[in-house]
Every structure is written in structure tokens, then in C-alpha cells.
Design a protein around this ligand. Structure first.
Ligand SMILES: [Zn+2]
Length: 301
């Protein structure tokens, strides 16, 4: 799916940057007309084996539930081979998800590479890749009750990896006041509570998120990151299969459904819930937890 190039090509920077001061060269039109190519074609990946996951998920038992209170976060654990769902149990609410390898917190979700490989928004069959030098799928998205949404007329879609997470530093920069319940701070508190780390020690482990249920895109004229009211409703969920042992943390964003504002007390916020499921039937014999990259790490030496 060629998501990055969908829609009319905007004239970048025509309202946010000063007007150009360098004249366009004679062949400017030719240069601009060159067709784009996808940076990272993924046709060498093993195709998403939907029937395998569907068979496992057709018979599974709920083994854990974790509530995430509004404007707060909670940590949760999932064993390799289990499924977990991020569910919307009440009103429309978006969540900011961090994932770590439970056995090594230095290995965490790499939102930038997930974006480069899968596109601006993640969906069923996409993988939650980990950072370098590991670069393995921490989890695979196996179901999404918002899969019908696709892309809207504004270029918006759900579950993006283009934003980061709301944080008190950017809020201080833009608004000039302190707000302590941004997703960044919520995730720090949750990780610290779960691990016993101080906030200072926990903060570097908090990373760019998957924006679960959030509906976002780029404005066509100025290419600015936009959000709009999430289409999520009570009962919706996004489901993952844990490809390795996972520690997760989920923040219920102070933006609520992100229709208007975040980083303040202004929005109506609701809880989120994480459900962990154990498949009843054993995993296939040939299934193994995902392995880290086999690159030699010689870097040319
Ligand atoms: Zn947030």
C-alpha cells in the first residue's frame, strides 16, 4: 500500500517557511515529476500468516486484565506466544503504547523503522520492530476493529507511527506552563512503578510510541501533523501477538479522543484496558520467539 504518496502532492512549505529566495532551475519541473519509489520494499518478508494467528486466537483464555486510568499509564507483561488487546471500555480514548523486550529493556519499539517499513499508520499484519542492533518483531498486529477506517478524505488514519507522544517539554516550549500528565510522564511513572526505577532512571527507556486509536495525518498544504476525533468507540480493540516476552506500558492520553487539545485538563478522558490472552492450543512446532538481527556488527572493520 502506497500510503505515503496518497493524495494530491502538496507544495511543501508554502505557509510555514519564508518564500523561496533561490530561483527554480530550468529543469525544475522535470526534477519534480520524477516518480517516487518505496524506500523499503518489504516483499522479501515472510507474508503475514493470518490463518495461523486466527487459528490460535479462535480459542484463547483471558489470563490478565490491566486498567489504565484516564491521564495515567499502566505497565503490563505478556509472554511470548500470548495475545494482548488494547481495548476501549468506555468513551472514545486514544492510547500511547511503549513496548520492551521484557528480558532486556534496552530493546524497545522502534517507531521510526516501523514507519519506514510499514507506512505512516500500522494495521493488521504489521510488526512492532525493535531498535538497533536487535531489529526484530516484538509483536505482530493480528486484529483491529477499526480496520474499516482506512484513510479518510483528509489523509487521516488510525494507529500512527508519525507522531511521538505528548510530553511536558514540548508543552513548556509551546504553552509556557507545566503539565504533568502528558503521555511521556505517564509512561515514566508506570515504568518506574513497575521496575522500582527512579523517574530519572526510567525516563531514558520511554520511547516513541504507537498512537493507538489516534486519528492523524499531515495537512496537505503545510505538511503539518494533524489529529482529529478518533473513530474509536466502546468495545473496539487493537490486538497483538507477542513474538517475544514483552513488557508494555500504555498511557491514556490527556487528549482523550484527540479531537481538540492535549497536554492539559481540557479534554474529556476515559480509561483504556489491556487484556492478555493465552491460546488454548499449543503453538505450532516450528514457531520460535523472534530472533534478533543476524548482522555481524562489524561495520566495515
Ligand atoms: Zn498523549
Amino acid at each position: 500500500m502506497n500510503r505515503l504518496f496518497s493524495g494530491p502532492i502538496a507544495e511543501k512549505g508554502h505557509s510555514l517557511n519564508p518564500p523561496p529566495r533561490h530561483p527554480a532551475p530550468e529543469d525544475a519541473a522535470d526534477r519534480k515529476q520524477i516518480e517516487p519509489v518505496v524506500c523499503y520494499p518489504i516483499d522479501t518478508f515472510e507474508p503475514f500468516n493470518r490463518s495461523l494467528y486466527d487459528e490460535l486466537r479462535s480459542d484463547m483464555q483471558l489470563v490478565d486484565e490491566v486498567m489504565v486510568e484516564p491521564r495515567d499509564a499502566a505497565a503490563f507483561s505478556v509472554a511470548a506466544g500470548q495475545f494482548f488487546r488494547i481495548t476501549c471500555p468506555d468513551g472514545p480514548q486514544v492510547g500511547d503504547l511503549n513496548l520492551w523486550n521484557a528480558d532486556n529493556l534496552d530493546e524497545r519499539f522502534f517507531s521510526g523503522k516501523a514507519r519506514a517499513l510499514h507506512g505512516t499508520h500500522l494495521g493488521v499484519g504489521d510488526r512492532m520492530w525493535s531498535n538497533l542492533p536487535y531489529l526484530r518483531p516484538l509483536a505482530t498486529i493480528t486484529d483491529d476493529t477499526l480496520d474499516w477506517y482506512g484513510f479518510d478524505e483528509f489523509g487521516g488514519s488510525v494507529h500512527d507511527v508519525i507522531g511521538t507522544r505528548c510530553d511536558p517539554y514540548t508543552n513548556t516550549l509551546l504553552a509556557g506552563n507545566e503539565y504533568h500528565y502528558c503521555c511521556h510522564s505517564n509512561l515514566i511513572r508506570a515504568l518506574a512503578a513497575h521496575t522500582g526505577m527512579t523517574f530519572e532512571d526510567a525516563e531514558p527507556y520511554v520511547h516513541d510510541v504507537l498512537n493507538v486509536f489516534m486519528c492523524t495525518g499531515f495537512t496537505r498544504d503545510t505538511q503539518q501533523y494533524f489529529m482529529k476525533a478518533s473513530p474509536v468507540r466502546q468495545g473496539d480493540y487493537l490486538e497483538f501477538f507477542a513474538e517475544t516476552n514483552l513488557l508494555g506500558a500504555l498511557s491514556a492520553c490527556p487528549g482523550g479522543d484527540c479531537s481538540n487539545s492535549h497536554s492539559s485538563e481540557a479534554a474529556q478522558c476515559y480509561p483504556l484496558k489491556i487484556e492478555v490472552y493465552q491460546p488454548t492450543n499449543p503453538l505450532p512446532d516450528n514457531w520460535q520467539p523472534a530472533e534478533a538481527s543476524t548482522y555481524s556488527r562489524s561495520h566495515g572493520a
